[in-house]
Ligand binder design. Structure first.
Ligand SMILES: Cc1cc2nc3c(=O)[nH]c(=O)nc-3n(C[C@H](O)[C@H](O)[C@H](O)COP(=O)(O)OP(=O)(O)OC[C@H]3O[C@@H](n4cnc5c(N)ncnc54)[C@H](O)[C@@H]3O)c2cc1C
Length: 297
């Protein structure tokens, strides 16, 4: 299939891009990596009147740690940049685990983390990772910049909190207040597929105590799910077999999976339980249907 006719603009400055979005109204779309938008246009699920291609905008292809310890990911930082990032390997275990699991190498070479957040696909991996890490999206529009926490940025399936004339210029992961650990586990039918179930866990420890926890779920609901009660069950105490088991059960309860050709709702819920347990260093008692963490990380 071919997309409908559209006007194509490729500005060289952010102000020009924002001006085009402002003047164009609701039927204008930003084009970043094009790995979600172009297939949608070819299938005619999206038929924008104009595309504003941001690939010529200078200075947006970075990911860097600031002196305060926060991590900033520009709107043109590709999945592959993150996959091969030494910075992530050393400092961001949840992101480092997720990056190689997003799609396939072709998609990873073009697609962007910020574009994935904007696309807000319930099966997108980065939204869960950023939600678990307490991330923020920085939006820029005609009236300047504003920070939107991930928890309120994704407003529903394929919906985000941006105004029509705002561009998401970067995503930010706050500095860790403790020692960071965690990871991302994803079940996919074949390598490169979207998740059947994905689970992101991000923990910060001070000594033996968990001082911050984030757990978020991919592909088990109409939108990315933050398992806030599960995270709260871990916080303010050491990681123990009991707290891991409780968090795993609460995360499974937070999932809203549907039975489909990839598995039953109960199977997917159990996967969440297993993934949370594994990511926290516990073990699952086989055949019981509930998690029983036998050792803490
Ligand atoms: C075969 C295939 C497999 C895939 N598998 C996976 C997978 O396993 N996991 C996964 O997470 N993703 C997967 N994807 C999606 C991929 O990760 C996309 O790259 C990503 O979802 C969108 O990023 P993009 O830069 O390509 O955005 P685009 O396709 O350019 O844009 C997507 C949407 O976001 C908007 N947008 C993009 N950037 C901005 C911005 N800076 N400001 C405002 N709006 C913006 C666009 O207007 C559009 O509505 C897959 C894609 C394909 C084609």
């Amino acid at each position: 299939m071919f997309p409908s006719r559209f006007r194509y603009e490729a500005p060289h400055s952010l102000d020009e891009a924002i001006g085009l979005l402002h003047d164009g109204g609701d039927d204008v779309k930003v084009l970043a990596g094009g790995q979600s938008l172009v297939p949608m246009m070819k299938l005619r699920f999206a038929s924008p009147e104009m595309l504003v291609d941001i690939n010529n905008l200078p200075g947006l292809d970075y990911h860097r740690a600031e002196p305060d310890g926060s991590l900033h990911i520009g709107a043109l930082c590709r999945h592959a940049d993150l996959e091969f990032s030494e910075l992530l390997k050393g400092t961001q275990p949840t992101m480092a685990a997720a990056a190689p699991l997003v799609a396939d190498p072709l998609v990873r070479n073009r697609g962007t983390l910020v574009g994935s957040l904007c696309h807000a696909d319930p099966q997108g991996d980065w939204a869960s990772v950023m939600l678990a890490l307490g991330g923020t999206v920085i939006a820029q529009g005609p009236n300047g910049r504003r920070a939107i926490p991930l928890a309120s940025f994704v407003t529903g399936p394929f919906e985000n909190a941006l105004e029509h004339d705002e561009i998401a210029v970067e995503a930010v992961v706050p500095a860790a207040k403790g020692v960071r650990s965690g990871g991302y586990l994803k079940l996919e039918r074949r390598v490169g597929d979207f998740a059947t179930v994905g689970t992101a866990v991000a923990i910060e420890m001070s000594g033996d105590t968990v001082i911050r926890a984030g757990i978020a779920l991919t592909a088990v609901g109409g939108s990315t799910i933050g398992a806030t009660e599960a995270a709260a069950a871990l916080t303010g105490k050491p990681l123990t077999a009991e707290s891991i088991a409780e968090a795993a059960d609460l995360a499974a309860a937070a999932a809203r999976p549907r039975t489909d050709h990839r598995g039953s709702a109960e199977y997917k819920r159990q996967l969440v339980r297993v993934f949370v347990t594994r990511l926290l260093g516990g073990t699952v008692t086989p055949g019981t249907g509930t998690s029983s963490a036998e050792r803490a990380a």
